[in-house]
Design a protein around this ligand. Structure first.
Ligand SMILES: [Fe+2]
Ligand SMILES: [Fe+2]
Length: 261
């Protein structure tokens, strides 16, 4: 199987109406695949690890060059990263829009799978955002603790209600549009997202809680909020293509903290 054939296969089952970013960012689409790495972001570390592992191709969810469509800047960091990628010979292609647009959003599916959350998932009018009517009720603290434990996330942040329980939870993994509109829906108790504007989303949740509503915003960090979808993708691709080796390579959280060594 060639790299472009795998990307074409991944696009089946979804419809993207806008110009897609799911294209090749580096390397030759005709590359014959024997080893394929999967990650959230092709960081410098991930590219080196993929090369060490012998990857022919790397599937990424996020941009490689700090721009949604990977339009390259003219700075030295971008130039050196491009050189590293060219020298690696690895074909890089993005799997983002179609990953979210398939019949079941695979990022959301992966996060729920590894969190062990069950219930009814309904789409919202906003791309990439869903409502979970869970079979369990949670407070924001309980849900955040579960995320820390089951997904290995550090420093999850909570704005608004800490201890009020709900089973109506908005799933806005990554950084999708429409989170404010979803947050203002009175029936939604907890909104989970990857990253958030504090003066808007976090302050809304804080005021809503102080005015007596059940309203929590849980901010997981962008990579921790989506990487389990990519992990699940790597597993599923491995089950489907026995003649190709797949490996998930961890991009790690982008921030470091003073309590680390
Ligand atoms: Fe995403
Ligand atoms: Fe994202």
């Amino acid at each position: 199987m060639k790299a472009f054939e795998l990307l074409d296969e991944l696009k089946v089952g979804g419809t993207v109406r806008h110009e897609t970013c799911d294209t090749f960012k580096a390397g030759n689409p005709e590359t014959e695949l024997k080893r394929v790495a999967v990650c959230m972001t092709a960081t410098v570390d991930v590219i080196k690890k993929a090369k060490e592992w012998g990857a022919d191709a790397l599937i990424v969810h996020e941009p490689t060059y700090y721009d949604h469509m990977d339009v390259k800047g003219s700075d030295r960091v971008t130039a050196l990263k491009e050189k590293l990628i060219c020298e690696s010979g690895i074909a890089i292609f993005r799997y983002h829009d179609y990953m979210h647009a398939r019949d079941v959003d695979q990022i959301t599916e992966g996060e729920l799978h590894f969190l062990g959350l069950t219930g009814e998932v309904e789409p919202t009018p906003h791309f990439g955002s869903y409502i979970l009517r869970g079979t369990e009720t949670f407070s924001a603290v309980e849900l955040a603790e579960r995320m820390e434990k089951m997904l290995g996330i550090r420093h999850i942040r909570i704005a608004g209600s800490r201890d009020k329980k709900t089973n109506k939870i908005a799933l806005c993994f990554g950084s999708p549009a429409g989170v404010y509109e979803i947050l203002t829906d009175e029936s939604v108790g907890i909104v989970i997202t990857g990253e958030a504007c504090e003066w808007k989303l976090a302050e809304y949740a804080r005021d809503a809680d102080l005015l007596g509503f059940t309203k929590s915003l849980i901010v997981m960090g962008h990579i921790p909020s989506e990487r389990d979808g990519m992990k699940l993708l790597a597993q599923r691709l491995q089950e489907k293509h026995e003649d190709i080796a797949f490996a998930y390579i961890e991009s790690e959280e982008v921030y470091t903290y003073t309590d680390e060594t």
